[in-house]
Design a protein around this ligand. Structure first.
Ligand code: ARG
Length: 599
């Protein structure tokens, strides 16, 4: 039981009977107050629950006083004080803080078997999770939106793993659709396959050809017919069509894999490549036949097939065009149906997996339609399909991501980030880690649904809430630990301090704050996972790093110590630093960020 839970219980036992009958200990919220002079923990229970017992207690403040009085009679190590309007603030004695300290480390938590150090929890939920992220389109630039999806999706997958879920990481590459007919025509008419293959950026060549196709087709309608023909051939398995289509995939993957490698992001499905749209092509005809038997699937005016929603809750979702062509939606439906059929995705009690699609918020309506359709089909229950949305990304100079011909090439963005980081650090290897940390942190540190304006100065800032700041905090902690070792001081990770034997070892406010913050690590991980919100973990880590900064500036950790008390204090502070370094490292790793031992 952590301190919040203990306090919850103790508060519950202090409630007047009229109130305790109406609620349970879990309904009591205790939080760390934003301001320090409001105690170490605080509860607004008297304000929140007074309405339930307003006949017996005049106002919330009166209720708060009674709870605080009862509490103080029953508890020695924690003092309750009422503050206006009716908060109950709790002041923990040093003895309580020592107890919390003694229960660290929590990274890995000390109740885990040694071989499971990657997890942060002993829970092993039976339901499995598929996180699908990145999902760029073949022969198109890897967009800034795909970058956001890659970074956020990876972090969310890591969060699920940290709390004990089995996670499958998938990449739903866009490699199917009528556009490949046009791409093939363009390559055959104006392209040079050898030159494309040799180019530094084959996707850029494909995009040029695609743009040219559209320009030419404005003059010459027959090009569109030709494109349709080639897509038909592709669908029919024509070997030349397949060869060119596969070449587009291979060229694109060179570019995409470079990005994944730089970001250190991996997928587990289909040998690390992910199950792309085309993977489900073989299932589409049978799927359409099956869907057509549903009464909510009907032909539209022009003969296209659509899914209609009850009360027209959403616009109908097209699953087959009038000419028989399939759509993005058809392939998503096929993918999700196939996922249901895979035993390894099933939970221990045969539950369907939870599927999380990390995709930009511009596809919100589409995913609502898709999920509703899958619910109507009886495939997935509410909560098993999740659209994790991210906002748009704008550059500070006003340019948006891709528009015709004027693409932003992500590898160039990454090069630029690295060059900037190299100006700061002077070393290419350091700059690599630093720049990726900067980019990822910038994406993860705020609620992902917000639109971001991209600003280099903010991304690479060393002082503020930035990736480099976090890496510096970690490296500083490690340098203290190295110095200690150089001085022959043994680090005591299992150090436990008995307050009764050392009543004179008093705790400074900054130390108490660090202890309290460190003890919350697992709780934050759990919360960030439940809310699918890596920003909560960023906030937590940033607070921890800032607290460490103040602590480091104010106190000598490795002062010349003599005397038992001074030595004990030194060992205590070293364990705090060690635990903090481990928590920052583990936390950053969960966010997909590597650390540096020195900076
Ligand atoms: N390829 C799509 C795009 O770039 C994203 C795919 C998202 N995933 C999905 N299952 N629909 O817009």
């Amino acid at each position: 039981m952590n301190i919040e839970q203990k306090l919850q219980k103790a508060i519950y036992l202090s409630l007047p009977e009229q109130l305790s009958q109406l609620m349970s200990a879990d309904d009591i919220l205790v939080e760390k107050p934003k301001l320090n002079n409001f105690g170490d923990l605080s509860s607004s229970i008297a304000m929140n629950k007074h309405h339930l017992v307003s006949e017996d207690f005049q106002n919330p403040e009166e209720l708060a006083k009674i709870i605080a009085d009862n509490f103080n009679q029953q508890n020695q190590d924690i003092e309750a004080r009422v503050a206006k309007p009716a908060f109950i603030n709790f002041y923990l004695s040093d003895a309580v803080f020592w107890e919390i300290f003694n229960n660290l480390p929590n990274n890995p938590p000390n109740n885990l078997p040694k071989n499971e150090a990657n997890y942060l929890s002993t829970e092993r939920p039976s339901q499995k999770v598929i996180v699908e992220y990145s999902s760029p389109n073949i022969a198109k630039p890897f967009g800034i939106g795909h970058l956001r999806s890659t970074i956020i999706g990876d972090a969310v997958a890591n969060l699920y793993e940290a709390v004990g879920y089995e996670v499958f990481r998938d990449n739903h590459l866009g490699d199917w659709g009528t556009q490949f007919g046009k791409q093939i025509v363009a390559i055959k008419k104006w392209g040079n396959e050898e030159a494309i293959a040799k180019s530094d950026n084959p996707v850029a060549e494909l995009v040029k050809l695609y743009v040219k196709f559209h320009q030419e087709a404005e003059e010459d309608e027959s090009l569109n017919d030709e494109a349709r023909l080639w897509f038909k051939k592709l669908e029919a398995g024509d070997s030349e069509a397949r060869r060119l289509w596969q070449a587009c995939i291979n060229w694109s993957l060179v570019e995409f894999n470079k990005i994944y490698q730089r970001l250190g992001v991996k997928f587990t499905e289909n040998n690390g490549q992910g199950f792309s749209e085309a993977y489900f092509e073989k299932d589409l005809q049978q799927l359409i036949a099956e869907l057509s038997e549903q009464e909510f699937v009907r032909a539209g005016e022009n003969g296209a097939k659509l899914i209609f929603f009850p009360d027209d809750q959403y616009p109908p979702l097209m699953i087959e065009k009038a000419d028989g062509a399939t759509l993005y939606a058809t392939r998503d439906l096929a993918a999700d149906k196939w996922r249901l059929s895979q035993v390894r995705y099933r939970g221990e009690n045969n539950e369907a997996p939870v599927i999380i699609n990390e995709v930009g918020s511009e596809q919100s309506l589409y995913f609502q339609q898709l999920f509703k359709a899958e619910e109507m089909l009886g495939w997935y229950k509410a909560g098993e399909r999740i659209h994790l949305k991210h906002g748009l990304y704008r550059f500070a100079d006003g340019k948006m991501s891709t528009r015709k011909g004027q693409s932003i090439w992500l590898n160039e963005v990454l090069d630029k980030a690295q060059a900037k980081a190299e100006e700061l650090s002077g070393d290419p290897e350091t700059a690599k880690v630093l720049s990726i940390a900067a980019l990822k942190w910038n994406d993860l540190k705020r609620n992902s649904q917000l639109h971001i304006t991209f600003d280099w100065a903010e991304v690479l800032n060393l002082q503020g809430n930035s990736g480099p700041y976090m890496l510096y905090a970690y490296a500083r902690a490690k340098s203290i630990l190295r110095k200690a070792e150089e001085q022959g001081i043994e680090l005591k990770r299992e150090l436990s301090i008995d307050h009764q034997s050392h009543p004179d070892l008093n705790l400074e406010t900054l130390e108490k704050e660090l202890i309290q913050q460190l003890a919350n690590f697992q709780k934050i991980i759990k919360q960030a996972q439940q809310e699918l919100n890596p920003a909560l973990l960023c906030n937590y880590l940033y607070t921890l790093a800032s607290q460490f900064g103040s602590f480091y500036n104010k106190y000598q950790i490795l002062q010349d110590s003599s005397g038992e008390l001074a030595l004990l204090r030194r060992d205590f502070r070293l364990k705090l630093v060690e635990e903090l370094a481990l928590v920052i490292k583990k936390g950053l790793n969960i966010l997909g960020i590597d650390t540096l031992e020195r900076l």
